[in-house]
Structures are given as C-alpha cells and as structure tokens.
Design a protein around this ligand. Structure first.
Ligand SMILES: C[S@@+](CC[C@H](N)C(=O)[O-])C[C@H]1O[C@@H](n2cnc3c(N)ncnc32)[C@H](O)[C@@H]1O
Length: 508
C-alpha cells in the first residue's frame, strides 16, 4: 500500500522496506546549505504568528557520531557490493575532507550511508535522480559514481529557474542539479520524452511561444491549468496545450520556481514544483510502478506520482511535514483516504506509540505533543531547552495574540521543579497561561500536590470568563479528547483552519 513514513529514511529503509522493491527514486535531501528552513504560519485573520515551525535544519557538524560513521564506510561500502578499490577511494576521499572541510565530510558520510541503502531498495531496472545544487553537487557526483558505478550515469539535468538573488560579486545563481543514474544502464526503464511545443490558450485567443513573463518556461507539462499574472497586470486563465516535436527533451529544464501565489504552494519552505517531478516520473517509470522519495517533505513527488498512476512511498524525518503538510496534500488535493488509499507509519496513534516516539526521538515527541494541542513549536534545537511551544489565542482588547506556554515531559514523571519552572515563565514572560503535557500520569498523591501548586497560580480573566492560569494534561487524556481550558487556539481551530494556516505570508 502507498505509505508515508515518519522517521529517518535510513532507519525506515533498513527496518521497514524490502530489497529490490522500488522502480524510481527521486531524492531532494538537505543540501548542506547551512540554513534552517521554516514553514510560514498565519492565523485565520492573516496575522503572522510570532513563532514559526522549524521544518528542519540543514546544517552539518563533524561530531563523534559522524566521525564513527565515516570510519565505518569502507566496510559498509563493501557490504553493499562496492568493489574494494572504489570503496577505499571514497573512504579516503571523505576522511581526507574531514581535515579541510569537516562539515562537508560529515554531509557526504551521511549521504553515502543513505545512498547505499537506497540502492538496496531499487530494482535492477530502476533509476535514481539525486536533486542537489552546486554547494555539494561536485562532491555528490563522486559519491554517486562510487555507489552506482560510473557506467550507470545517465544525465546531469540542470533545473534552470529565474530567481533574484544578491549577485554583486558573482553571476546570479539560477540552477539546481539533478544527478540521474540507472541501477543498471541499458536495462533501466526510460520512456523517451519529446521537447514540447509550447502553446497556451487564454481568454483573449491563442498564443504560441510568445507570452512574456516566463510563461513559456512551462515546457514539460502534459496539461496545466494556471492563473498567471502577465506583464500588463491582467490575470488570465492559461491552459497549456501539448504538442510534440521530434527532438528529445534536453537536459536543461526551464521550470519556474513556485511563486508565493502559486495554487500548488503549501508553504513548505523547500517545496519543489510538480512540473519538475512530472518529466522524471514519466521518463523513468510506468503506470503501476513504485516511486520512492526518501526525503519527501511536503510530498510533491507523491502528488506527481499519484496523478501519473504510480504507486508511491514517501519518508520524512519531520513530523510536521508528514502529519500536517503531506497529509493535507493527500486529503485536500488528491482526495485520498488514509487507511484506504494510503497509510501513515510512525506517527503515534496511541499512548504506546507516543512512548515509542519519545524513546526514538524526544525532540520529535515534543513537536508531536505541541501540535496535538494545536500549538506551535518553538524554534530550537534540543529537547528540554526552555518552553517547548505556545498555543496562541485572541484576547479582547489586545492587538497582539496572547499565548499559553507549553512544557512537554516525556521520559520521566513530572516533579515540583516543572511546576516551579512554569510559574517563573508566567511571572517573567509576557504569557497569560501555562500548560504542562506529560507522557506519564503522576501518582494520585503527586497529582493532588500538583493541583494545589497549580491552583496557587490563580486564574486569568479573558472576555467574560476565568481560566486557570496553569494546567496539566497527560498524553492519554489528550488522545482521549481532553483539551486545555482556554479560548479557541488561533490559527488551528474553526472552519477553514488548515487552508488559512497555510496561505502564504506576504513576501514569503
Ligand atoms: C529539501 S527538503 C525536500 C522537499 C521536497 N522535495 C518537497 O517538495 O517538499 C528535504 C527534506 O528532507 C527531510 N529530511 C532531512 N533529513 C532526513 C532524513 N534523515 N530522513 C528523512 N527525511 C529527512 C527534511 O525534513 C525535509 O523535509
């Protein structure tokens, strides 16, 4: 069954996937770009919320764990069938890099491990497209040559897009790189695509190849309906018409990046356009084949695969990507039903699942808890480092959102210090309420103590009601439907919440 996995793709492949089960892989992993990517949130009124969800962090450090993984590379490469000389070459290359570019070495070690396992999932007729950019594409090509074999190299596809960047001391950086390899060149599936003749119909008549404003860049669609602003400022409905030429599709693709108003936009910071996935899937797979995206983000590959009648597997390490963004794409845009058309694996559905998530990744557990109560995760790196999140709400007479601070406790039962901590948050920060979420329910005596201490924090008057300033819920209670006693959370409740939440912020 089509599956969205939550977790590190390395673990998922090793523990949950089958060898030789995949026909096509597209991966768009972090690029070693040293940026944190955030999703942009707005509330139902359009006001941006002060916090944004950390989608994921694209920064690499050569820590002990990565160093150990690099040392283990020669053995791992051999285990995966790479010949001795090539394995030694790559291992020396990466360990040499640890001296001059430690971050890059950490990144390449991480990617090598995953690429070996990706290869393990691929059928002998399969192909792989590794999406990267010039930050690391030259190094990744060396890794790909070793893992997949130089003779299996298919193409270096250049995705060319228009984008204004600060380019005072160099040329504009306007392209990404797709490194395409076959598992076994010659045996791989490849459906020849033709360069398309561009022709657009819009309400004022037929136009061919002449529309300004970048529309002629839509060269690889079957059929696209879009609303585009043309130079004059008039909005027109444009329908792409397919027309084939004899020429094969070249390896430079002009496809616009998603503009902030694009219909397909979900506000996942690194979302790729469907138009990029379309030719990859059409060329390198057939109907019914399995397409695998190990770093699927907001599931662009999944949508493209589904529309082209392929089966699919997606995987992402960010719970927000799977639980909210990708799932929304599947239900709202593709009208797929969880359980019937696809399944989600790894996102807790009960207390045992929550406990397993805590053990596996405390930070993701915190994110999951915060989202369960309609809160927003604090952008931060480690578990147990300050407030874990906030639930925003409107307070009559206040222009800005007020909030409930959230503290999540997973591995151990709560102690008096947690209540004390929340008390100091209430006193010293501009926060109206504080909520504690615990995985483990406190014993009866302890619970009574907490209730007493929490009651000391008093009540807050919001509108015509009083609410307890400090509250506690267990994960089991929340899963059973309990909610904090507070005004309706902003951005996450009421009709149309999902839609409003994901509309782009101005300038996003
Ligand atoms: C560049 S984004 C992919 C964007 C995607 N192509 C789309 O259109 O939405 C990279 C994704 O990889 C995920 N990621 C990072 N490390 C991962 C790992 N070890 N396993 C699975 N996913 C991972 C991140 O959470 C992020 O969503």
């Amino acid at each position: 069954m089509n599956t969205l996995y939550y977790g590190d793709c390395l673990t998922i492949m090793r523990e949950k996937m089958q060898p030789e089960s995949v026909d096509l892989v597209y991966l768009d992993p972090p690029f070693n770009s040293k940026r944190d990517y955030n999703s942009i949130y707005k509330d139902h009124t359009g006001r941006p919320l002060p916090d944004q969800v950390e989608a994921y962090t694209d920064t690499w450090f050569l820590d002990n764990e990565r160093m150990r993984a690099i040392k283990a590379l020669p053995a791992l490469l051999r285990e995966h069938g790479v010949d001795g000389h090539s394995a030694d070459f790559l291992a020396h290359f990466i360990s040499g890099l640890t001296q001059v570019q430690p971050d890059m070495a950490a990144y390449l070690g991480y990617m090598t491990e995953r690429l070996l396992w990706i290869k393990w999932t691929m059928k002998p007729t399969a192909s792989i497209y590794l999406h990267c950019d010039p930050t690391a594409s030259h190094y990744l090509k060396i890794v790909m040559d070793v893992v997949f074999g130089r003779k299996n190299f298919m193409n270096e596809v250049i995705w060319h897009y228009g984008k204004w960047t600060n380019a005072a001391r160099h040329f504009q950086k306007n392209h990404d790189v797709l490194l395409a390899y076959a598992f076994r060149f010659g045996k791989h599936c490849f459906n020849k695509l033709h360069k398309q003749e561009e022709s657009y119909h819009y309400e004022k008549g037929w136009h061919t190849n002449t529309i300004a404003g970048g529309i002629s860049q839509l060269i690889v669609y079957d059929k696209v309906k879009a609303t585009k602003k043309i130079e004059s400022g008039i909005y027109d409905k444009i329908v792409y018409r397919e027309g084939k030429t004899k020429a094969a599709l070249p390896d430079v693709w002009d496809i616009p990046i998603l503009n902030p108003m694009a219909k397909e936009r979900l506000d996942y910071a690194t979302q790729k356009p469907l138009a990029l996935l379309n030719p990859i899937i059409r060329a390198s797979s057939n109907e019914g084949d399995v397409v695998f995206d190990p770093f699927c983000g907001c599931a662009t590959t999944i949508e493209a695969a589904e529309k082209l009648k392929r089966r699919w597997i997606g995987c992402d390490i960010t719970i927000h990507a799977i639980r909210r963004v990708a799932r929304r794409r599947l239900t709202e845009r593709l009208h797929l039903q969880e359980g019937k058309d696809y399944r989600i694996d790894g996102v807790p559905k009960n207390w045992e699942g929550a406990q397993a998530l805590w053990r596996q990744d405390p930070y993701q557990f915190q994110k999951w808890c915060v989202e369960l109560v309609e809160g927003f995760v604090n952008v931060k790196k480690t578990a147990d480092d300050g407030i874990d999140g906030r639930v925003y709400f409107d307070m009559p007479g206040e222009k800005v959102f007020q909030s409930m601070a959230l503290e999540v406790k997973g591995g151990r039962t709560v102690g008096p210090s947690d209540v004390g901590y929340l008390n100091s948050v209430l006193q010293y920060e501009n926060i109206q309420m504080a909520g504690l979420i615990t995985l483990h329910a406190p014993g009866a005596q302890q619970a009574r103590n907490f209730q007493r201490k929490m009651a000391l924090a008093g009540d807050v008057a919001i509108g015509d009601r009083l609410y307890p300033r400090m509250q506690m819920l267990t994960v089991a209670e929340i899963l059973a439907g309990a909610k904090f006693d507070m005004p309706s959370p902003a951005g996450r409740s009421g009709t149309g919440y999902e839609r409003d939440l994901f509309t782009p912020a101005p300038g996003a």
